[in-house]
Write a protein that binds this ligand. Structure first.
Ligand SMILES: CSC[C@H]1O[C@H](OP(=O)(O)O)[C@H](O)[C@@H]1O
Ligand SMILES: Nc1ncnc2[nH]cnc12
Length: 474
């Protein structure tokens, strides 16, 4: 029989007949795949969750249908179609689903058995949980691979309460069920990424500025040519890993330093990093000092800016096709992500480097350096360093909901000091080259610190802030 699905009565009849067919296939013909469809039908069309739960349960118990075990496990976990939730019961069904080769059931069983925290009610069994996760990842479940990558990244301590993400030195002495292993972590992250979990692809973007355009950060970087609604970024994105953490490097001015500060496509750069799955961006920038105590060779973890640029595209919210809609009035205090800044500060301090934990950058339009009068004025305004790129980069990263922080390397004293030559390109590049190891060390350690954080709710607050700043009328 054919139905005209534009007519309401015929749709109703079709749906009713579907239910009859499923019942027949399940109860009379005893076909497990049809019983599963019947469960889906009861859930999605009839919204009868207790009946759906009963069908999934029986189909798992009697017909060993893996997908139904997963479904019933979910019902038990959420307390859906039954009086209350029961994690132990859920685990039993996930384990059976996994034995029947359902990769999602394996994932859920693995997560339950390895989870820690106050809400956990099931006895932790990391080796068993690990095997379930591995089976799931082997069957190309991207989430399981991502989860395993996380386990190898930080290691799985016997006693999770002893683990302190802010104290890597102390963590080294812990007793581990799974030892931290960056190579394994990267392998699983790569597999998670290949199977479509963008968060396993490249979590931390690194924007390298002058002198950091092409550093040897990754062993075998994979170049990725990316396009965005805002045009092409300054260069290919280089994917690789730092101590097992998936990262991606972008040369702000292009690897041949082909774009001057006002011609950098900042929007494409930030969008490309977000598009590829970055949640964080750590940037480097060469800066001139505006205060005596910020000496060439020092690091500054920027915490504010003064914008002296003009004509740069400084918002994604301008109606560009493929971009976000509405008008965005984003608060700029704080300008940088405090958590990412904290990681840079800790990394610099732990490495024993001379580092200023705060600093305001005045970003000038360039490409020329400041006049002496301008330099003196910037000093009076309270800026600590001067460069040509922090704006609009920091603004756009914030609009994209990313965690962004920048480590500035002081390369010169600009031109405000009496009886001293004013800054030159050769001075900047020479100074950066002499200190590049510091910048690399800080970025590398900050990447490790950020990756070890397990409370990522601050990332939600970045995106929430953007949502609350957008004015949009339908
Ligand atoms: C090469 S001198 C001026 C140049 O250096 C800084 O670049 P970046 O921020 O990309 O490190 C500064 O902002 C100017 O663009
Ligand atoms: N003095 C300076 N002014 C602007 N950008 C810079 N980058 C490095 N030094 C600088």
């Amino acid at each position: 029989m054919t139905y005209d699905l534009k007519r309401e009565e015929e749709v109703k009849e079709y749906v009713e007949n579907l239910g009859i067919e499923y019942r027949f296939g399940c109860y009379k013909e005893k076909k497990p795949e049809v019983c599963h469809l019947l469960g889906d039908y009861l859930e999605a069309i009839k919204k009868d969750f207790s009946k759906a739960a009963a069908v999934f349960k029986t189909n798992c118990d009697d017909y060993n249908y893996g997908k139904s075990c997963l479904k019933y496990g979910n019902y038990a976990l959420l307390g859906k179609g039954r009086e209350k939730s029961d994690t132990q019961e859920a685990l039993k069904y996930f384990e059976k689903g996994c034995e029947l080769n359902d990769p999602t059931a394996c994932l859920h069983a693995g997560v339950i058995l390895t989870a820690t925290g106050p809400a956990v009610t099931v006895q932790r069994d990391v080796p068993k949980g690990y095997n379930y996760l591995k089976k799931s990842c082997d069957q190309n479940d991207a989430m399981a691979c991502h989860y395993l990558a996380g386990m190898y990244l930080t290691g799985v301590p016997k006693n999770p309460t002893e683990y302190n993400p802010h104290n890597p030195e102390k963590n080294k002495n812990l007793d581990y069920l799974i030892k931290p292993d960056p190579i394994q972590a990267f392998g699983f992250a790569k597999k998670g990424c290949e199977n479509g979990n963008i968060f396993a692809c490249a979590n931390i973007g690194i924007i390298g500025g002058s002198g950091f355009d092409d550093p040897d950060l990754f062993e075998n970087p994979i170049p990725r040519d990316v396009d965005t609604p805002f045009g092409k970024p300054s260069d290919v994105l280089l994917e690789g890993s730092i101590k097992g953490v998936s990262c991606v490097l972008l040369a702000r001015h292009g690897r041949k330093h082909q774009y001057q500060p006002s011609d950098v496509n900042y929007r494409a750069n930030i969008w490309a990093l977000k598009q590829i799955g970055c949640t964080h961006i750590l940037a480097t920038t060469a800066t001139g000092s505006l205060v005596e105590n910020y000496r060439p060779g020092d690091l500054v973890i920027l915490d504010d800016f003064i914008d002296r640029t003009w004509g740069r595209k400084c918002t994604f919210f301008d109606g560009t096709s493929g971009g976000p809609r509405g008008v965005c009035h984003l608060p700029m205090r704080p300008a940088f992500c405090e958590r990412a800044r904290g990681a840079l500060v800790t990394a610099a301090n732990e490495a024993g480097l001379r580092c200023h934990e705060r600093g305001t950058a005045v970003t000038i339009q360039g490409p020329r350096f400041s006049s002496r009068a301008e330099s003196l004025m910037h000093r009076q305004w309270g800026a600590h360093v001067v460069n040509m790129t922090t704006v609009p980069e920091v603004v756009l990263a914030k609009e994209a909901g990313l965690s962004y922080a920048a480590v500035a390397l002081v390369t010169d004293y600009d031109c405000w000091r009496d009886n001293e030559q004013s800054v030159s390109v050769s001075e900047v590049l020479e100074m950066f080259a002499r200190n590049i190891k510091k910048a690399i060390q800080v970025i590398v350690e900050a990447v490790v610190l950020l990756a070890a954080e397990d409370d990522l709710t601050y990332l939600d607050s970045h995106t929430d802030l953007v949502s609350s700043a957008v004015m949009l009328k339908d």
